[in-house]
Every structure is written in structure tokens, then in C-alpha cells.
Ligand binder design. Sequence first.
Ligand code: HMG
Ligand code: MG
Length: 301
Amino acid sequence: MTAYPEPGLPGQVTVYEVGPRDGLQAEAAVVPTSEKIAFIRALRAAGLPIVEATSFVSPRWVPQLADATEVLAGLEPDLAPYPVLVPNQRGLDRALESGARSVGVFVSATQSFAQRNLNTTRTAAIEAAQSVTAAALGHGLAVRGYVSMCFGDPWEGPVAPQTVAAVSRELFDAGCYEVSLGDTIGVGTAGHVGALLAAHEQVDRLALHFHDTYGQALANVHAGLRGGVTTFDASAGGIGGCPFAGSATGNLATEDLVWMLDGLGIQTGVDLRAVVAAGAAITRRIGKITQSRVAAALTVG
Ligand code: HMG
Ligand code: MG
């Protein structure tokens, strides 16, 4: 593909792959551990620098990821490129026992989703994330923060940028190296992305995490690039969702993101064809067709 760089955009972007975690957490089909490991390895081999591998959440809440310990065991010895989600101290303890080097804590910008996703209040979830972050830092781990429902919430409606920025600040102050702003139900639009970034002080330490429910994810990435963001979450095949927000569909497809970045001449280090192959294998395994327009086009063509 001939690249046509656009003035003012970054020369390099980090694609943060979340398919093995966000992608598989809401699937009816439970993927065998060995196939999860093969999926993660294929994504790394495709050049993705970070592959969020799994979650150490309650297996009663998310049975799809109950094998988190076994997944990390299959990825040893170097677990630095494989962050995992931890909802509480118990999750952190399990992650540490498994040798994790990098964890993600997650909170909600809204009360309703904090209750549904973490069975607690918005404020208590932030306090828990702060204390888990402190403990993880004490063990020398890198900690990423996630804020969910940054654009809108199915129960509460639109969410104000200032509300989100206040929550992000709590996570940065706790010591998170990066905060990923989640459009959990995919209702964000490009101008809203600009407004959300403008409400933040540390845009260079933000990542954006778009679910593509309304087909706005790529336009929103472009708005993020213009606003100075250089890390974007995505999942191979566009798989994903949240079991506790029914209106959350798949993440932005990694293939679609890489195609757009390649076209802009933005370096990612990712081999598009290899991601297409990894996405095809996992979507076949869970009995779904790919949500990636690029993967579909390249596969037919
Ligand atoms: P709870 O029921 O209030 O917690 O859930 P609990 O302390 O009463 O524990 C219930 C049971 O789970 C107990 O077991 C605990 O021991 C066990 P029992 O005694 O009944 O046998 N337990 C655990 N087991 C293993 N690992 C743990 C753990 N914690 C408790 N870490 C809790 C509270 C936080 C545990 C629960 O709500 C939970 O696990 N929530 C996770 C929900 C989740 O994974 N959501 C999806 C990820 S977030 C997301 O997708 C959004 C994101 O992509 C960004 C975006 O799109 O916006 C990041
Ligand atoms: Mg998500």
C-alpha cells in the first residue's frame, strides 16, 4: 500500500491488543487454554508489542477466563508483554503468583456500571483500584488504568468529559503509567473524542479503547491521533464485549486499525497479514464471522 502521511499526526503508534481478554470474556464458547495460548502467541508473532492475555477476575463472574493461571504458565518465561486485568487484591495476588509483570486496574466513570461490573460503588471501585495499584507498584509491576463508560452509559446516558477526566486523574495520581479511556458501548463520535481529550491534562499518557457498536471506532481513532494520542486498543477479528453491558459489542478490529495506520504511514511494527490469520483462526474457533472489514476484504480478495 502506498502511504499518504498526514501532517501533524504521530509517526509511530502502539497497538494494544486486547483480543484474548476483552475478546474472549463475553463469548458463550469457552476456548480451550491451549488455543488461547496459540492465539496470544500468534498475535505476538504478528508484531503486536503488547497482548493483554487474560483477567484474574472472579471465575464465578467470568468463567470464560477462569484458566488465567494456566494461560500465563503457557506464556512463560517473559511475561512483560502480557498484561492481565485485576479487579481486587485477590486478583493481584493470583497474578503475582503466576509471574505477571504488568496489570490493569479498571473502574467506571458511572455509578451504574461500577455496580454491575464490580458489584460496588463508583467511589469504592476507584479506592480499590488505588490500593491495588499501590500494592502492584510495590512489587515492581507496571500498572495501566482503565476507565469505562467514558462517552455514554446504557443506564445513565451521556457522560461529561470532566467527569471522566476527574476519574483519570485519580488513576494517574495512584501511579498508573497510562490510562485507557473506554467507550464501552461504542456511542462516542469524533467531536466528542476531541472534547474528552481537551478535558485531560496528560493526553500523551492516555490510550483510547473503542468498541465499534455504532461503526465510529476508526473515525474516533483519527480524532484521537489528531488530539495527540499514540496508543489504541483493538482486538483481532473485532471480537469482544462486556458480559455486564449488553449493548457492548466487539472492539475496534486490529486489522482495520493497522490498515488505516499503514495508509497514513504511521509505524506500528505489526504485520497485517499475520493479524488477519490470527483473527481468522479465533473467529472460526468461536463460530463467528470476522467483524473486521479489512480481514473480510483481504480474505475474499
Ligand atoms: P463480588 O461477588 O462482590 O466479590 O464480586 P466477592 O468478594 O463477594 O467474591 C465472590 C467470589 O469470587 C468469592 O468466591 C471470592 O473468593 C471470589 P466464593 O467464596 O463465592 O467461592 N473472588 C475471586 N476469585 C478469583 N479471583 C478474584 C476474585 N475476587 C473474588 N480476583 C468482583 C466482585 C470484583 C470479584 C467481581 O465483580 C468481578 O470479578 N468482576 C469482574 C468483571 C469483569 O471482568 N468485567 C469485564 C472486564 S472490564 C471491561 O471489559 C471494560 C474494559 O474493556 C474497558 C471498556 O471497554 O470500557 C476494560
Ligand atoms: Mg472493553
